[in-house]
Design a protein around this ligand. Structure first.
Ligand SMILES: NC(=O)c1ccc[n+]([C@@H]2O[C@H](COP(=O)([O-])OP(=O)(O)OC[C@H]3O[C@@H](n4cnc5c(N)ncnc54)[C@H](OP(=O)(O)O)[C@@H]3O)[C@@H](O)[C@H]2O)c1
Length: 143
């Protein structure tokens, strides 16, 4: 999962959810997260069922008293860590299915978020696509 591909997914998600130019939103999200008055806003963690993503979700919920967190992964029903957090933060945590290799799940998640929250203040992508046909290819040669 290269940095370039994660960046591409982040920009795509921000365009879909916010319907505004993505580059204008990145500094805003960064500003919010570093401002002392930050109370959480609406954050999304994509790839949140375990590892770094799950920990981001946990800390966003535990370290803010008001913020809403949207967590996504391929199989929410099997994401035991997220389900445990849902039990503790029922009103502030939403869990959505999203597979970065499946465009329709990205669109469905974006539509749901737009309807329920309007826009996002922070987006964290922990998984992305390494290869896109005719656009982005993994390195084939042996190094
Ligand atoms: N952990 C580290 O110390 C570290 C250090 C440097 C870089 N990284 C990089 O940071 C990223 C995350 O690391 P991690 O340790 O948190 O990995 P991880 O524990 O394997 O978690 C990966 C997350 O991505 C989700 N995911 C996998 N395939 C997906 C797909 N097709 N669509 C949507 N979600 C998908 C998984 O959810 P489901 O399988 O439930 O869908 C899971 O929540 C990786 O790219 C890793 O290389 C990690």
């Amino acid at each position: 999962m290269g940095g370039f591909s994660r960046c591409r997914e982040l920009r795509k998600m921000m365009v879909m959810v916010n319907s505004r130019p993505p580059m204008g939103l990145v500094p805003k999200a960064f500003l919010c997260s570093t401002t002392s008055g930050w109370e959480g806003g609406v954050s999304m963690v994509q790839g949140a069922s375990r590892g770094l993503g799950l920990e981001f979700v946990r800390q966003l919920l535990e370290k803010n008293s008001k913020g809403h967190v949207i967590a996504s992964c391929r199989n929410p029903g099997g994401a035991t860590g997220l389900l445990e957090l849902k039990g503790r933060f029922e009103d502030r945590l939403a869990i959505l299915p999203l597979d970065v290799t499946n465009e329709s799940t990205i669109k469905a998640a974006a539509t749901s978020i737009k309807q329920n929250y309007g826009s996002l203040n922070l987006l964290i992508n922990t998984s992305g696509i390494l290869s896109i046909p005719n656009v982005l290819h993994p390195v084939q040669k042996q190094l």
